[in-house]
Design a protein around this ligand. Sequence first.
Ligand SMILES: NC(=O)c1ccc[n+]([C@@H]2O[C@H](COP(=O)([O-])OP(=O)(O)OC[C@H]3O[C@@H](n4cnc5c(N)ncnc54)[C@H](OP(=O)(O)O)[C@@H]3O)[C@@H](O)[C@H]2O)c1
Length: 174
Amino acid sequence: MLEVIYYVASSLDGFIATPDGGVDWLAPFQDSDEDYGYSAFYDSIDAILIGSRTYEQSLTFGEWPYPGKPVWVFSRRPLAVGGDDVMVTDRKPREVLGEIESRGLRRAWLVGGGALAGSMRASGLITEYVVSIMPVTLGAGIGVFGASGPPERLQRQQTTEYPDGVLQVRYSPA
Ligand SMILES: NC(=O)c1ccc[n+]([C@@H]2O[C@H](COP(=O)([O-])OP(=O)(O)OC[C@H]3O[C@@H](n4cnc5c(N)ncnc54)[C@H](OP(=O)(O)O)[C@@H]3O)[C@@H](O)[C@H]2O)c1
């Protein structure tokens, strides 16, 4: 079965970006010597799932953030894409996961953002949550999950505390 891991950084008050989509508040952590397990996680995944707003923002960062991995961008618009291994799809996430699985891929990173993660959570498609709770409050912004859905009971798998106050929690559906 394809694993779908929502690996994301959230403020303590549950936001992944400021109201205008800003992620500068994450910069001090990205500049730190600590990588919070990111390299090992990135090496472990076979595919990337990303909403169109997060994808379009990632194109403004200069360096392509997803080297060496096939990327599925969810959009109902005809987006211009940057590379050979970037597919824009207007299909439902469940169908896309079937296609990824049929390619023999095993682990997909659901990058986000909140809208895509919310719709995939509501459809019961997320098999693991890895949330890095950053020692920051934003007051307002784009939520970890931008859509409603039924409650889901989770089981904690792991908690990692970092000296700078980041707390990484790993959950799977109970
Ligand atoms: N802190 C973190 O770790 C982190 C991680 C990821 C993202 N972010 C931030 O999240 C923000 C963007 O999040 P967002 O919630 O606004 O947008 P998003 O989830 O990145 O993209 C949402 C868009 O994807 C398209 N889409 C296609 N199929 C969809 C489906 N089944 N469900 C939902 N959307 C679908 C829709 O646009 P069209 O069809 O019109 O194209 C929709 O408006 C950015 O600011 C980014 O920086 C932060």
